[in-house]
Every structure is written in C-alpha cells, then in structure tokens.
Design a protein around this ligand. Structure first.
Ligand code: HDD
Length: 752
C-alpha cells in the first residue's frame, strides 16, 4: 500500500495542469466587480434625462443595473464552494475507496455537482427558441397623457429601462441566425407602475386570424414529426400544405418571402406590435393604436445566396452583430411610433382592425413618434437573462389595453401558461430578469422555488389583522379594463371582412420595388422547389393567382408549371382598392447612421501598398466602419516598401459573406498572389454577386479581371458600386466608396 499524506496530491502531474495558473486568473479573464451606483441612476425615480432628442447615447445609465446587483456574482479571487457554501479542497478527483477502488456514495461534492449539471437544461421555447437580447432604456419625447395614462409616457425625457429579445421563430435553440423566418421583437418595459411587454415581430401582420389555429401553424412549420427535418426552415411540404389551405395567410406569406425574413442585422429591422391595441387616458378615453419600432440604422437585409452561406460561415451572425455593436458603443436605436385612430375611424377603413392579417397603411394613419429606445448593455449571463426572460402579452400596465383581436385574446392566455412548464412553476416573476422594478405586494403564496419571505399571519384580503394591507388600489391608481360595451350571441365564427384574404397581399406586392418583387418571386420558387407533393405546389400557385398574376406566372415558370385556376374567393363583398404604400418597401428607410458598423475587408498579400492600406483603414475607422485586414494566413505580410503589416483574419475564417464591402489596394505582387488564391477570387466574385461595394486601387483592378467580375453593368453603363477602376485618385475613390457603402448594396448589377 501507498501512504496518503494529507497535503500530498495523489498524482504529482496534476497540479502542473491545474495548480497555480488556475488560482491566479490571467488579466481580463474575469470581469471587474460592479460598483453599485457607479453606473448611474439605480432606480427609475430620478430617471429623467436632460438630453431628449440630443442623440447623445446615455452611456450605461440604466436603472436595471442597480436592481440586478444583488444577484450578480463575481468570483474573482474567491475559492470554490459547494452550493451550501462549504469550501472545496479538491475539484479534480472524486472520493474513492482506494486509488483504484470504487467511488464512495458519500461523495456529496461529486453528487451535488453532477446533479446540478444533469438539470442544467430547461425546455426551450416551443417557438422563438433561438434568440439574443440586450438591456437598454426607453426615453419619452414628451408628455402624452392626453393619449394614455401609462406612466412611461407621462413626462418629456422620462426614462424606463427595457430588456429586448430578438429571435427566429421556427428553429431550435442552436439553429442558425440567418435562415428565412419571421423575427421576434419582444420588449419588456420595467415601468414604475409594473412591467409592460410588447411582444412583437419584425412583420406587422400574422399568418392566422384566430389563436385556435396557432398549434396547427407551428406544427406545420416545425421539422416534420416522423424524421425531424428540416431544421429552421419553412421550405417543406407540411408548411405549404397548411398555409395553402389557409388563404388568410396570403398577406403574411408575401412578407415572409420578402427580404424582411433575412435581415442584415437585428439592428436593421422594424418591429411591430401587430395587433390593434388600446391606449386609455386618465379620463377613461380610449383610442385604438398600432405600435411600430423604426430602426435609426435603417432597414437592411441580406440577399438569399448570402444568407444561406452565412449559416455555415457564422451561425451566430446576428447574435455576434448585436453583441459586438453594443460592446463597441455603437448602440442600436429605434423610435417607437403609434398609429392612433378611433373606433369610428376604424369602421370606415374597409377592413377589420381586429384582423391580425391586415395592417393600417401609414398613408391612411401616419405614425406619431412617442420616444426612442437605445440598447446600451449586453447581458452578463445568457441563461440567467436571455433564456429565463419571460415575455407575456398579458403583461400590460394602466393606460395600455387589449382589443378583441382573436389572435391576441388567445395569446393573453398562452404566454403565462408556457412559462409554467418552461420555467418550472408559478414563481417565474421572481427570477431577477422578470421582476418588476417596483415592489410586488399580494397574497399569492408558496409554489416551487419561492424566493419572497412573507412575514406575519395574514395572507388574505380583506383582513383587519394587517390593517387591511395590501389593499386594492382603486380606479385611479389601479389597472382598469376599458368598459367596452359587448352584447352579442356567443358564437364560433369570424366577421365577414376577415374573409378578404388578398387585397392587402396585393397592396404589399405593389408597394415593392422591382428588385424586391423579384426576390419575393425567387423565394417562392425556392421554397416550392423543396416541396415534394405537386398538388401542394399547385395550390400555392392558385393562391398567388389571387394576389398578382405576374407573380404567379413568374413563380410557376420557375417551377416548370402553369398557373392553375385561382383559389375560390371566400367573400363576395366588394374589397378595398389600396394604393401602393411606399412605407412598405425596405428600401424606403436607408437610416441615419451612414457607414457606422459596416464591415469592410481589405485584401492583402506580400507586396501590398501598406501606406494606402493604413490611409483607407484609418479613414473607414474614423467614420465608425469596421475595417479588417484579410490575408491568406495570419501573421504579417511584408509590404511594398519593406515594412510589416499585421493580418487580422484569414480569407478562410472570414469569407466574403461576413463583409459588407471589399477593398483591393494597390501592389503588383500582392494582387498577383491574391489572383492565384481561390479564396480571394471567390471573395470578390461573391462581393460582386451580392451587390456589395467594391473599391480597387491601382493594380487591384487586376484581381477583378482574374475573377471575371464584369467592369460595367450589363447595359454597359458604369457600376455605381464598383469604384476606383477608372484611375480615380484615392481620396475621390474612397469618398465614392463610402457613399456606396452607406447605401448598402447596388441592386443594379444583380444577376441571381
Ligand atoms: Fe408568440 C413566443 C411573437 C402569436 C404563443 N411569440 C413569442 C415570442 C415572440 C412572439 C417575439 C418570443 C418572446 C421571447 O423572446 O421570449 N407571437 C408573436 C407575435 C404573434 C404571436 C408577434 C402574432 C401576432 N404566439 C402567438 C400565438 C400564440 C403564441 C397566436 C398562441 C396562441 N409565443 C407563444 C408561446 C411563446 C411565444 C408559445 C413561446 C415561448 C414563450 O411564448 O415564452 O407562448
């Protein structure tokens, strides 16, 4: 037998792997402990900014920072303990009966660690499982108390903390970000009068009109039940079978097949509350409204071929983009606007505002801007915050109320219910990210994982033993439902106007630019090519024939089919004629942030003009763009004049689809080397194909020739996004390049 000395490790090699180095973390390996109060206001009480509309981002001044401090953990410099706080002497070895013997049942340290690990996962969200979130602040532009008594809109400059989660709908938690899908846009406002969740999407209409059909819709779009394919894609038979039998989905399908469903970034999406809601003021006056989020970054999307390739190149593309822009201080911002209208106005619209497959054109009811939201802080912990956040359409505050939209009515039930199984019980509101910033007082008690410790003997109301507390707040302070008059038969059915399934789909299509229309047709072609059952394809074409005949013909010819007879109409009522609504085109909102956060690759090899690289790099950086020096391998390249230039990423790890634009600087040898590298040739070809700005300088133009990139547009005219090829000087070419970059893409050259 071997002698076990208390202070002697059993395996002398182990401390070398885990010893001192592990006990003294590298600089930067742990976060600085948060100093309470140092980050600004810690409650909403004094949270009023003097900088309304100044455009100056309020750095870190976020009232939730303080509220969450009590649960933040910083382990730097601490020793490991069990969950009971007992210090752990050895975190490498289980307790054994002899070095080569069995593990002792008594090893409570091992058992606690494995038990906790075994239960690390919780059920993922049944829809919207894949998402990313950030903290921020909403700031009201002025006092809107004539419109609503909601506290967050009660004062100019009033700041309300928010937590926002963006998501895809169909994919599982680990699926790719850039799939074709609707995006969730869920905002939790931590107001002083309780939490308000605006649980919206980046598309203002929905597939179905009644919550009764939601489980069917989700079953149809999710992977098929026999083989669990395809992941995160609507391009399969069950989805198209279902929607083509539910022609009320026509309008939403047009949006979903548009570039809205492949956003460039979460930061470049609009958001919509979808349903008609009510705003109610202190006098009890109610108006209908629709909520809109408008990104100051503009609305920009990917192109399909690019989106598909990004799924492989960086499945976390949108998550990374949101995280990095916030880390870099380029805080994304949205303006919250409302379309406000009375019930009498709504009666004259010609469509039913309770129908979630219809939108209210902005030309009919313009947006009133209410305030601005800035996302300025990444979560500290993905699980604790982003995964455990529970959004719920039932979470409204005094001043905001529901309409009778039958989809919304069902949602009011569904979100609370799903949290019970997802978060394990009725106390999910006590999870820090879900807790309101004002205090909760009621007589709800007990249940799984209860945190609050209620004192005293009274857990009922009315009571005299606790002096009547907590007491109901009464009409002025408490939430009151708008006393809408309803006296009708109890029925299962729909209003007649709900049966107009096509007019707004046609309006949407007519409001798109020719490029956007072509993308919609191509998306239908792709999805229906993946569909296997010919009858399903045919039924979708019959649906499209009611939307726009040219669209139906384009899609049909892409499938090698003829346009069948249109689906029968569900109503003989006259349907409204809609003028095109320019606000519905993605291209109508270029944004206000210029080239900020746009990613630009500068392709280099030995012999590149390093002075030119630096000039371009510095100039792009100065305007807030994100330039990267990209080469065949990491390390340094030896530049034209002999100096060394650092490479930041390789052509292999950072392929074309991850950049918004490319620069090929001067340098004969550099361009010759790039011309022999298939990665570099693919790079410029794809930049071209995806309609991105290209700047070539001096010898750089040679790489385009080698890659067979056309020097001009198909009609022979100059390509507005291909700069520097005609011997312009650097300053002039760079200026024009930045302009092209600010307008994102040049679809004039599109060949797909
Ligand atoms: Fe929903 C999640 C948005 C219809 C039932 N939904 C969920 C999320 C968003 C939306 C953004 C993710 C929230 C988060 O980030 O945690 N849903 C919408 C919109 C709809 C909509 C804009 C139509 C206008 N949803 C809808 C209906 C039902 C649900 C009709 C059920 C009757 N939705 C749910 C859910 C989810 C959800 C099952 C899954 C996880 C969760 O709620 O918390 O309850």
């Amino acid at each position: 037998g071997m002698k076990l000395a208390a202070d002697m490790p059993f395996n002398p090699n182990k401390p070398g792997e885990h010893g001192e180095a592990a006990r003294t973390p590298q600089p930067g390996a742990t976060a600085e402990p948060a100093t309470p109060g140092a980050t600004g206001s810690t409650s909403t009480e004094s949270a009023v900014s003097d900088k309304v509309g100044s455009g100056v981002p309020s750095l870190g001044n976020n009232p939730t920072v303080g509220a969450l401090d009590r649960v933040r953990v910083d382990s730097s410099g601490q020793v490991l303990t069990t969950n009971q706080g007992v210090a752990i002497a050895d975190n490498q070895n289980s307790l054994k009966v002899g070095l080569r013997g069995p593990t002792a049942m008594e090893d409570f340290i091992l058992r606690e660690k494995l038990t906790h690990f075994d239960h690390e996962r919780i059920p993922e969200r049944v829809v919207h499982a894949r998402g990313s979130a950030a903290h921020g602040v909403f700031e009201a532009y002025k006092d809107f108390s004539d419109l609503t008594r909601a506290d967050l809109f009660s004062q100019a400059g009033k700041r309300t903390p928010v937590f926002v989660r963006f998501s895809t709908v169909a994919g599982e938690r680990g699926s790719a970000d850039t799939v074709r899908d609707v995006r969730g846009f869920a905002v939790k406002f931590y107001t002083q009068e309780g939490n308000w969740d605006l649980v919206g999407n980046n598309i203002p209409v929905f597939f179905i009109q009644d919550a009764m059909k939601f489980p069917d819709l989700v079953h149809a779009v999710k992977p098929e039940p026999h083989h669990q394919m395809p992941q995160a894609s609507s391009a399969h038979d069950t989805f198209w079978d279902f929607v083509s039998l539910m022609p009320e989905s026509a309008h939403m399908l047009l949006w979903q097949m548009s570039d809205r469903a492949i956003p460039r970034s979460y930061r470049t999406m609009q958001g919509f509350g979808v349903h008609t809601f009510r705003l109610v003021n202190a006098a009890g006056e109610s108006r209908f409204c629709k909520f809109h989020w408008t990104p100051l970054q503009g609305t920009h999307s990917l192109v399909w071929d690019e989106a598909v390739k990004i799924c492989g190149a960086d499945a976390d593309y949108h998550r990374r983009d949101l995280w990095e822009s916030i880390e870099a201080g380029a805080f994304p911002e949205w303006e919250l606007g409302v379309q406000v209208f009375t019930e009498e106005q709504a009666e004259g619209f010609g469509f039913d505002v309770l129908d979630p497959t219809k939108l209210v054109p902005e030309e009919l009811v313009p947006l009133v801007p209410l305030g601005k939201m800035t996302l300025n802080r990444n979560p500290d912990n993905f699980f604790a915050e982003t995964e455990q956040v529970a959004f719920c359409t039932a979470h409204v505050v005094p001043g905001v109320d529901f309409s009778n939209d039958p989809l919304l009515q069902g949602r009011i039930h569904s979100y609370l219910d799903t949290q019970l199984s997802r978060l394990g019980g009725p106390n999910f509101h006590e999870i820090p990210i879900n807790a309101p910033v004002n205090q909760v007082h009621n007589n709800q008690r007990d249940g799984m994982h209860r945190q609050a410790i209620h004192r005293g003997r009274v857990n009922y109301e009315p009571n005299s033993l606790a002096g009547g507390s907590p007491a109901q707040a009464g009409m002025d302070k408490g939430f009151t439902s708008f006393p809408e008059r309803v006296a009708e038969d109890k029925v299962r059915g729909k209003p007649e106007l709900f049966a107009d399934h096509y007019s707004q789909a046609t309006m949407f299509f007519n409001s798109q630019t020719p490029v956007e229309q072509a993308h919609i047709a191509a998306a239908f072609r792709f999805e229906l090519t993946r569909v296997q059952v010919p009858a399903v394809r045919e039924r979708v074409l019959a649906l499209l024939a009611n939307v726009d005949h040219t669209l139906a013909e384009t899609v049909a010819s892409g499938l090698g089919m003829d346009v069948p007879a249109p689906l029968p109409l569900a109503t003989s009522l006259p349907t409204p004629e809609y003028a095109p609504s320019p606000a519905l085109s993605l291209l109508s909102r270029p944004g206000e942030t210029g080239i900020k956060t746009r990613r630009v690759a500068i392709l280099v090899a030995h012999g590149v003009d390093a002075a030119m690289v630096r000039t371009i790099y510095d100039s792009l950086l100065a305007d807030g763009a994100v330039p990267r020096v990209v080469a065949g391998t990491l390390g340094k390249v030896k530049a034209m004049a002999g100096e060394m230039l650092d490479v930041e990423i390789t052509l292999e790890a950072g392929p074309s689809v991850l950049y918004d634009a490319v620069v090929v600087p001067d340098g004969e040898d550099s361009v010759n080397a790039l011309s022999r590298d298939a990665h570099a040739l693919d790079f410029v070809r794809e930049q071209y194909r995806h309609c991105k700005p290209i700047l070539v300088l001096g010898a750089g133009a040679g790489l385009l020739a080698k890659a067979s990139v056309p020097p001009a547009l198909p009609d022979g005219s100059d390509d507005p996004a291909l700069l520097g090829a005609h011997g312009e000087d650097l300053k002039q070419a760079l200026g024009a390049f930045k302009e092209a970059l600010a307008s994102h893409r040049s679809f004039a050259r599109e060949t797909d």
